[in-house]
Each structure stands twice: as structure tokens, then as C-alpha cells.
Design a protein around this ligand. Sequence first.
Ligand SMILES: *Cc1c(COP(=O)(O)O)cnc(C)c1O
Length: 372
Amino acid sequence: MSALLTDRLTAGAATGPRLAVDLDAIATNTRTFAARTPGALMAVVKADGFGHGASAVARTALAHGASWLGVTSIGEALALRADGLRAPVLSWLNPVDADFVAAVGSGVDVAVPSLAHLEAVTRAGIGARVHLHLDTGMARDGAAPSEWPALCRAARRAERSGVLRVVGVMGHLGCADVPDDPANAAGRTAYAWGLGVARAAGLRPPLRHLAATAATLTDPAALHTMSRVGAGLVGIDPSGTTRLSPALTLTAPAVGTRRVVAGTSVGYGHDWHAGRPTTLALLPLGYADGLPRSTGGRAEVWLAGRRRPVVGRVSMDQVVVDLGDDAVLPGTVATVFGPGHHGEPTVAEWAAWAGTIEHEIVTGIGARVARS
Ligand SMILES: *Cc1c(COP(=O)(O)O)cnc(C)c1O
């Protein structure tokens, strides 16, 4: 059992966990991508702008070189419209019974990956703007190459009848984060074939887009008339080739501290034992707030001028930090991650501790964390 030499738990700190978004960093990143994109730049703001706030990222990107917005669902596109964003928006992943009527009514372009989707969009009424979506090698979203010629012919028939316009053709590369992976050349070839088939069917789509963040940074041959960039705008470079600016800082105030004797066990399962008398600080955020439970035993935070290890398991709502013989006042704010300029851990480090990618960390911050 632990003997409490001091126990300074407070009833609650003045402020709780907080996620700050640096829109200047997003502006800087957007300019980097605009300069590297010969065609148009689409700001991909799916998943709430990769956890950074979809509308804020969208507005910032549009002010610094992006001219398009991209999201997966029609719901996300309509939320941007409701927030006053009037730029062109593409939604590319929807079930066949999605609200294409609302999309067309709000001027939202939709991707069409199958004949069933083409029929659904055709039924939505006059005026749809569609981007035919080809699977260029991931066996994920987009039409299988075997279905592509029929899809192009049917889309051309619909276009000639005046019910819709095919304004784009899109593909996506599955291995662009590894620039010399042969799958990239295969994906580019598949996309070029898809463009040729569309052209032979009589389609003349001005928006031809294959590259996302990694290909835009490393593979000029993948650039057509538009790039769809999400991760890069928020400072994540999957290719590891380019210095970008991370935009998130996650902080939490110490709820309190306690002095414990050597041998004290901490947290669920008593996974960690104090090897000496030490001071522990309690932070009020855990895996429900986006700190992966799998980081237990590896993670660190910045608190009172130093990195401090997170000790014991990450709980749903809280973590414990080892301060050694240092003391902090309750309410002292810890930096869980930030850009790394002052020694604090980065999102990239949290991703490494969790055995995942930065994308999963930034999109996983829980709803009860205050945003600013
Ligand atoms: C998420 C996504 C993007 C953006 O990719 P990043 O690597 O984050 O730039 C582009 N296209 C499609 C189809 C996507 O799903």
C-alpha cells in the first residue's frame, strides 16, 4: 500500500485539457503545397480537418493557395456549406442511398465509383457535377478497372442527355509514402489508362487528380491538373522528405501531485512500481481523449521545464506522470504534445510510442478536449 506523505489533490483545475490549433502553421504548409502544385490545390478537410477543425482549416487553406475542398461524406460537405464556405467541394465516399439531391442542391461535386452510384446521382436530378473514381491499385474505393469502360460510357450517355457533367477523373496511390515503390509507377499507368478510356468514351474532364500529400512532394509524374492534400496541410509528411509545420498543441493541467514511498504501485494492474520515493502528478486525460493506451510505459509529457515519463497504464480519463524529486503546483500545465520547438514531445513521437502514424493521433483527440 502506498503511504501518502503529501496529497495535494484539488477539486479541479481552472481549465481542463485543451487542444490549440496554430492556423499560421496551416497557412505556411498550404503555401508550400501551392508552390509545388502546378495545377489546382484541393484542401482535404475530412475527419474534421484531420482533427484540426474542418472549417478553420478550410478557410485558412483557401486564403493561402487552395481553391478546392475535399471530404469523404456528403454530410461533411454540407457542414462546410452550412458554415458559409462557398468554394468548390468534392465528396468522394458515399453509399448509393446517400443524399445526392442535397449534394447537387448545395453545389457539392460527388465522386462516382460504380454504375449503381451513377444511377443514383442521375436520379438526383439535373445538374450534378461528377468525378469518375477509378481504383488505381488499392482494391479499396473507386471502380475496378474491369468496370471502368462501361462506367465511362454510361457517364457519357448521361452527360449527353444533359442530366450531369463529368468534370473530373480521380485515382489514389497506395504506396506514395515510399517514393521508389514500384506500385507508384503501376498506379500512374493505371490512371493514365483510365484517362484514355474516359477520353475514348467522349469525356473531357478538366479536373484530373491522382496525387495526395506524399505524391505531391515526391512524384512530379503523378501531378495532373489538381492535387488532393490533407495530411500535409496539417504538418504531416508521410514521405519524410519535407519539413512541414505541425499545428497542434495538446495541454492538460496537473490535477494534483502526491509524494509516494518506494514500492508504490501505480494505476490499473499495478504495472509500474516506484523504485524510490518520488512525486507523482495526475493529468486528467486518457485514452478516451486520444492518448493511445498502447503508449503505456513509453510516453512522456513536458511538465515544469522537463520531459517526464508517463508511468503505469493509460486509463480512460487520466494518466500519472513521475516527477522524481521535483514539485509542481496543482494547475501547472503539462504539454502532452506540440510542434517540439521547446523540447515537448511531438505527435510523431506519440505515434511512434503507439506503433501508429501521426494521422491516427491527430484524428483521435476526443470530443471532451476543449478546442482553441
Ligand atoms: C484522405 C485522402 C486524401 C488526402 O490524403 P493525404 O495523404 O492526407 O494528403 C486524398 N485522396 C483520397 C481519396 C483520400 O482518401
